[in-house]
Design a protein. Structure first.
Length: 409
């Protein structure tokens, strides 16, 4: 792969920021919102709550003048990320009712920490008939510890931060998630008039205010999309420029890739990716930010199938995020699963085959392996891919990849 690719706005920053527009009746304008099935879905959920939404050429305008406290059961149930409408609804209306998000293929994904945070602010929580209800006569600031089995929770931190923004008094969230997407949300909330400090650190302090106003904001670039294109370039021994990617959001990824023989250099506002000679095996463990992101684990696993030697990838965030392994084996990869780790014996030439996408990042890993394999690979169920990558086939073709989207019969 060769050439330049422009990195889109971050899906995982845009979703909670879209939900945060529910905190005010005034218009909010959000720029660089990626055009994905997930963001279009969130826009429909916002409309089902009574807001007016306009989404054109990456700019989203939302007016949540008159809203109701409960979302469309089926809509919310279908997209886990929509759980983050609960905090803003509880903050603004003192009530929120959403369908309980089920588990997903990568793990059970409970929301106990979200509910623990809401309860600490004084909300009463009731789970009944597939719904979770949070109601409060008054929301009072509180100090809470939001760490869980796998450490901090990203959307849990986001949800509680949004509810606390309109609570009485001061809330302190300890063991808060430090992801750049949490910081981007806090910046948007502050632009709306919220008082938040410490975002990006494990301790976030929110001083509640009576009312929030409209605001304008530009979403940060998608670090996971940037990491995906970086690994695709490395897998094809190419040289590409990532336009608009932020190196400071990718430290753990850049560090691990450097160990594996891939250089990622900052050039002005861009990043330049190329191999430094042969790929080298390495070990990876996924961790909460600023550790190695779980959302890049599958793509890295694909890269290590091409790398001579043994690489061990340990998944510490989600309990079943190795669905891509059996599909990579169809392409000839040699990977064994041992508990939370995948042991990759790499360096074989892969050969193309029909494979099945199981989730968003697994589908990206299969595309990367397909680019490096001889012959043709057909990745099925790419609706998973469209949830998180804007026009991946178009962008990759611009980089010289021979990739076609075909309609399934
Ligand atoms: C966000 O999910 C991202 N999604 C995920 O990206 C990402 O993988 C994840 O953070 C971790 O980085 C969005 O931002 C929309 P968590 P989130 O709560 O917030 C456990 C992608 O590919 N946990 O930080 O739902 C949980 O089960 C997606 O773009 C509890 O036990 O993840 C997991 O093991 C996939 N109780 C761990 O914490 C809770 O109440 C981290 O989950 C909440 C979480």
């Amino acid at each position: 792969m060769h050439g330049e690719v422009t990195i889109s706005g971050s899906k995982n920053a845009a979703l909670p920021i879209m939900a945060a527009t529910l905190l005010t009746g005034e218009p909010c304008v959000i720029h660089r919102v990626p055009n994905l099935s997930d963001t279009r879905f969130m826009a429909r959920i916002l409309e089902s709550l009574g807001t007016q939404v306009k989404f054109e050429r990456g700019t989203l305008t939302v007016r949540a003048q008159k809203i109701r406290g409960y979302g469309d059961y089926d809509l919310v149930r279908k997209m886990r990320g929509s759980i983050c409408i609960m905090g803003p609804l509880l903050g603004r209306l003192r009530k929120a009712r959403v369908s309980l998000p089920g588990g997903c293929i990568i793990g059970a994904r409970p929301i106990n920490l979200h509910l623990k945070g809401f309860a600490a602010l004084g909300a009463t929580i009731k789970i009944e008939g597939g719904y979770v209800d949070a109601t409060a006569r008054k929301l009072n600031g509180a100090t809470m510890f939001l760490g869980g089995r796998a450490g901090s929770t990203v959307l849990g931190t986001a949800n509680v931060m949004m509810a606390a923004a309109l609570a009485d008094g001061v809330t302190v969230i300890e063991s808060a998630a430090c992801e750049p997407e949490v910081v981007d949300l806090a910046n948007f909330l502050c632009a709306m008039g919220a008082q938040i400090s410490g975002a990006g650190s494990p301790t976030i302090t929110v001083t509640g205010v009576a009312k929030l106003h409209g605001a304008e904001h530009e979403v940060i670039p998608d670090r996971i999309e940037a990491a995906t294109y970086t690994i695709a370039a490395a897998a094809t021994n190419g040289e590409i420029t990532l336009k608009g990617a932020r190196a400071d959001h990718l430290r753990a990824v850049i560090d691990k890739l450097s160990e594996a023989g891939v250089s990622v250099e900052k050039r002005g506002a861009n990043l330049v990716v190329r191999r430094k000679g042969k790929l080298k095996s390495a070990d990876v463990t996924t961790l909460p930010y600023s550790g190695f992101p779980t959302d890049v684990q599958a793509q890295m696993t694909a890269l290590f199938t091409l790398t001579p030697g043994i690489s061990i990838i340990t998944e510490r965030i989600f309990e079943s995020r190795f669905m891509h392994v059996s599909e990579l084996a169809r392409l000839g990869a040699d990977i064994e699963i041992e508990g939370p780790s995948a042991i990759v014996k790499g360096g074989r030439l892969l050969s193309g085959a029909p494979v099945m996408a199981s989730d968003l990042r697994a589908s990206a890993a299969l595309v990367i392996a397909g680019l490096a394999a001889k012959g043709t690979t057909q990745v099925n169920r790419i609706y998973h891919l469209d949830r998180g990558y804007e026009r991946m086939d178009v962008k990759m073709r611009k980089l010289g990849a021979r990739i076609q989207r075909i309609q399934e019969k």
